[in-house]
Design a protein around this ligand. Structure first.
Ligand code: 5GP
Ligand code: MN
Length: 335
């Protein structure tokens, strides 16, 4: 963040504002951790603040301090709209174009508030007056830590803020193992632990919450895995029927896509998940090394993300989607 923007934020926050903070649709650990972490920080500074999520999020994130105060746009629609319309500042966290908020897009496009973006994805669009965008950083939670530091407030990091920010850094770095994890990331995490983040408990709450049906669904996913050694690719499909049979709950498929990458000689892993309600196949892409799944998702599946982790969607049927995907492998170099 440049000095001019930091000064502008300081000026804005020196008077009482009505602030709304928004994560992307289907928020993950980084999206919920960063929005709630920022919420705690801004409340402490005496601001009126709300987090509005475009939709619901998984149970393994529902323990975070004050997560029960998050307004769900789908459930509490008129309250959410009123808050957005009367906001003076809207922070958008962990996404960088307004297409990522689903049904909230139109109301955000029409909002008169000053937009502040904090995000680490590639190719940001230009809706925000103040942009803190850096693709080199591990997570939006690490960026919120930096944001607090820019404002000279690291001494204001409470255990609540520390627990929220630790969670997003942990989930977005694959527990501190992805290439985006730097010594600075570890320094930030160390400071968060010093300020009250309970690392062991957070890990247990996020990762040790399996249910029998989730493990059965994982079994189904792994059985369905197709391994294409010649394309160094492995992909998984899950149809709506398979989800229903295994009592699918939001968040159950989190992490499934990564199994493909644990195979020797596989550098590209994909999962296709049917969502009959939305009439789409939701796709997650992961890679190891230089192959950019961000570009692949952007070019072929209306998506995007990072070099090694991206998402997208298809409006074709599952079999058509997979056929199209396999045809793309023939013209793609994966190494
Ligand atoms: P996931 O596969 O875990 O849902 O997402 C991986 C990464 O890609 C995340 O950083 C997420 O924000 C991004 N992503 C997921 N789906 C989409 C999408 O439909 N469009 C864009 N632009 N990014 C996505
Ligand atoms: Mn993130």
């Amino acid at each position: 963040m440049n000095l001019e923007d930091i000064k502008a934020v300081e000026r804005l926050l020196s008077t009482p504002q009505k602030i709304v903070i928004i994560p992307h649709k289907n928020p993950d650990g980084d999206a919920i951790g960063s929005t709630l972490g920022l919420w705690h920080y801004l409340r402490q500074k005496g601001q009126e603040v709300w987090v509005i999520s475009p939709n619901d999020y998984p149970k393994f994130l529902k323990w975070m301090p004050n997560n029960d105060q998050i307004v769900n746009f789908e459930k509490d629609n008129s309250l959410a709209k009123d808050l957005i319309n009367s906001a003076s500042i809207i922070f958008t966290l962990d996404f960088n174009h307004l297409g990522r908020v689903g049904q909230m897009q139109t109301i955000l496009e029409e909002a008169t508030a000053t937009f502040i973006m904090i995000d680490h994805h590639q190719a940001p669009s230009d809706y925000a007056k103040i942009m803190y965008s850096d693709v080199m950083l591990s997570s939006t939670c690490e960026m919120v830590y930096n944001f607090i530091e820019f404002l000279g407030d690291t001494d204001k990091i409470t255990p609540e803020i520390a627990n929220c920010l630790y969670t997003g850094i942990m989930t977005d770095t694959g527990s501190f193992k992805f290439a985006s994890t730097t010594s600075r990331t570890h320094n930030v995490v160390a400071n968060l632990i010093d300020n009250g983040a309970n690392n062991t408990e957070i890990h247990n709450r996020v990762y040790d919450t399996n249910t029998p049906s989730r493990l059965h669904l994982l079994g189904c996913a792994l059985k369905n895995m197709v391994i294409l050694q010649e394309y160094r690719t492995a992909y998984i499909t899950l149809t709506q029927d398979e989800l229903d049979t295994n009592n699918f709950k939001k968040g159950d498929t989190e992490g499934f896509v990564n199994y493909g990458l644990t195979l020797e000689g596989i550098y590209f892993a994909v999962i296709f998940i049917e969502n009959r309600d939305e009439g789409i196949i939701k796709i997650s892409f992961r890679s190891e090394g230089d192959f950019s799944v961000n570009e692949f998702a952007r070019d072929y599946f209306e998506g995007g993300g990072h070099t090694n982790a991206a998402g997208g969607k298809s409006e074709k049927s599952m079999s058509e989607t997979v056929k199209y995907f396999e045809s793309l492998l023939k013209i793609t170099s994966i190494k």
